[in-house]
Design a binder for this molecule. Structure first.
Ligand code: F6R
Length: 609
């Protein structure tokens, strides 16, 4: 979604703004803009709808002078994709310039009032109202004006603001939209995503809701909206620039799929205790005793993270014996969930910034429920707001479509099943079996990747079909949903995931020779049932691509094509079966010529509702 970069220091701001912005384009955007305070406090501003790289040459020729600047990528919410609606926005006197992530909910009433007071608006974008509101309160000091203005604002924001008439500073503010300050040598950098700053500094301060930071070339300070000083700890980013670069890969997505075995390895490293048949999840140490008492679990997430949660539901019910349910965050936040003091709510999110998931988390905190986060991004809002949590350690995920993070989430959920299971009835033998299989899983995942060339061939064979079913049962039902989601988001083909047993209740009506099915049918407790489903499809002339266990020769007799995965424990098969589906979606999208890393209409981490 929208991205913010800001620079204040002794070096030219523009080259840094440009390179920083380029590193967060992966979040999805439809327009961009820059504002740099130059000589005699002139504001150099350039904003356009469209792709940044198409304008890069022109921008480099313009090379705005100045050591203070802000930049933005917009993903339209209020107002269409136009130059006027892109950021920065400014006030009537072109004094205040600002970039904003989030949504101003009461912008209409604020705009009406400000218009009556004589302010002239030039866009339809909600953000513009902030520039005029700050202008109203501006009496020479930018931070005072910002604090006073924000008291009237309802909504979410990550903001970076500069003023020509108070030029030696950037004011930054946050409410429910991530923003951090990078502390460099004689310079400060503002960003909504650490990827923008990691080549300059690894020292960061994450702003919390209600905080306003003032950055000057030589110092910074943070207050709340009422000007009370706030002391914050400096945190260290624990990954490097290379991790947000493609290297020799043609797309981030394929790089991230190839990293899936390593992702499992990173998630389990140092956490498995084979002899004791236990796992160590340091982030849960503080709530160990509370966890013994819980008798119900609610998993809340969106999209791919939601499918990981669904696999988690099967794992937790089967191995922990606790009633577990999964809810889509956007639904959960508006229904009236029945919870009590022995319920734990687990939030699964790669970014830790998904607005719907965070809203659901807030709701649960309000009810005094134990909240746990399974999060990838260190320092993200979710990781800070939950009572306890476990990091997936998947490293930065840049492609908009989530792949490796899903594997990280599954690995953590399987360890959570062992953790909670061993607190309860799970026998040592069972604990040992799962833990020791988890140690082998990265190797098995590597072996699974070896079928990439075959999957590429299948992609060629199937790329011209317009509709696909993905079917699976039990642990692999959520994998069918994930396979279908991945295909539709990056190839724009119609794909639906359905539980194998549901086919006969309606979906089978669509099966014919033009509607192929990807069937996930490893040798597990529902294998026979899956075979029946495949036969039902074949009887109606549907084509079947099966994802099956190595050594299963029978499947070749009924499926049109087979992709083999190694054998593992049933509960862990999703971590292998999903790999071919990620590859299949990737290769089809590439063959169809789509922008695989930045699919149309989508954004990485949905920070608005
Ligand atoms: C799909 C995808 C999305 C995300 C969802 C949740 O490929 O990337 O469905 O999984 O938006 O995002 P996080 O995990 O950041 O909360």
């Amino acid at each position: 979604m929208c991205g913010i970069v800001g620079y204040i220091g002794k070096k030219p701001a523009f080259p840094f703004l440009l390179s920083g912005l380029k590193r967060i384009l992966y979040r999805g955007y439809d327009s961009f803009g820059f504002g740099v305070i130059g000589k005699e406090n002139k504001l150099n501003c350039f904003k356009r709808p469209g792709k940044l790289d198409e304008w890069e040459q022109k921008l480099l020729e313009m090379n705005f002078e100045g050591n203070i600047g802000i930049a933005h990528t917009r993903w339209a919410t209020t107002g269409t994709v136009t130059e006027a609606n892109s950021h920065p926005h400014w006030d009537c006197h072109r004094n205040i310039f600002l970039v904003h992530n989030g949504i101003i909910e009461n912008y209409k009433e604020l705009k009406e009032k400000l218009e009556k007071e004589g302010h002239k608006f030039h866009s339809e974008c909600d953000t513009e109202v902030l520039a005029h509101l700050i202008e109203k309160f501006f009496k020479g000091n930018l931070e005072t004006a910002v604090r006073n203005a924000l008291k009237f604002v309802r909504g979410t924001y990550g903001l970076a603001i500069i003023a020509r008439n108070d030029p030696e500073k950037i004011v930054v503010a946050r409410n429910s939209s991530p923003i951090l300050i990078g502390i460099g040598e004689n310079e400060y950098i503002v960003a909504s995503d650490a990827a923008a700053i990691v080549d300059r500094t690894k020292k960061v301060i994450y702003l919390d809701d209600g905080e306003v930071a003032v950055l000057t070339p030589s110092r910074f300070f943070i207050t709340d909206i009422n000007q009370n000083q706030i002391e914050k700890n400096i945190k260290e980013i624990d990954w490097d620039l290379e991790e947000v670069q493609k290297g020799d890969y043609s797309h981030f997505m394929i790089k991230e799929i190839i990293e899936e075995p390593e992702t499992i390895e990173n998630a389990v490293r140092g956490r498995l205790m084979i002899e004791e048949g236990r796992v160590k999840l340091g982030g849960l140490d503080g709530i160990q005793e509370k966890l013994r008492k819980i008798n119900r679990i609610i998993l809340v997430a969106c999209g791919t993270a939601g499918y990981a949660a669904r696999v988690g539901e099967y794992m937790l019910e089967e191995y922990v014996g606790i009633p577990t349910e999964v809810d889509i965050a956007s639904e959960f936040r508006y229904r009236k969930p029945v919870v009590d003091k022995n319920t734990a709510a687990i939030f699964v999110s790669q970014s830790g910034e998904t607005a719907d998931t965070l809203a659901a988390l807030k709701e649960m905190k309000e009810k005094g429920i134990l909240t746990i986060g399974i999060t990838n991004v260190v320092g993200s809002t979710q990781s800070r707001e939950t009572d306890a949590g476990v990091y997936t350690r998947s490293g930065p995920e840049i492609a908009v479509a989530s792949t490796k993070a899903f594997l990280g989430q599954l690995a953590i959920l399987s360890m959570l099943a062992v953790y909670l299971g061993r607190q309860r009835e799970m026998a040592l033998v069972m604990g040992k079996r799962i833990v020791s299989e988890l140690t082998k899983l990265p190797e098995l995942a590597k072996e699974t990747l070896k079928s990439a060339p075959e999957i590429e061939k299948l992609a060629k064979k199937y790329k011209n079909f317009k509709n696909f079913w993905f079917i699976g049962r039990k642990y692999n039902f959520p994998i069918a949903l994930e396979g279908a989601l991945k295909l539709k988001e990056i190839s724009y083909l119609h794909a639906e995931g359905v539980a194998g047993g549901e086919l006969k209740h309606g979906p089978i009506a669509l099966i014919d020779e033009n509607f192929p099915t990807v069937a996930i049918c490893p040798l597990d407790s529902v294998y026979e049932k899956m075979i029946s489903n495949i036969q039902e499809i074949k009887a109606r002339e549907g084509k079947v691509i099966a994802v099956a266990t190595q050594g299963d020769k029978d499947i070749k007799k009924i499926a049109d094509d087979v992709i083999y995965i190694p054998k593992t424990l049933e509960m862990l098969t999703p971590m292998l079966s999903v790999i071919p589906l990620h590859l299949f979606a990737y290769y089809i999208a590439v063959l169809l010529g789509h922008d695989v890393d930045k699919p149309r209409n989508l954004a990485k981490s949905c920070t608005v509702e």
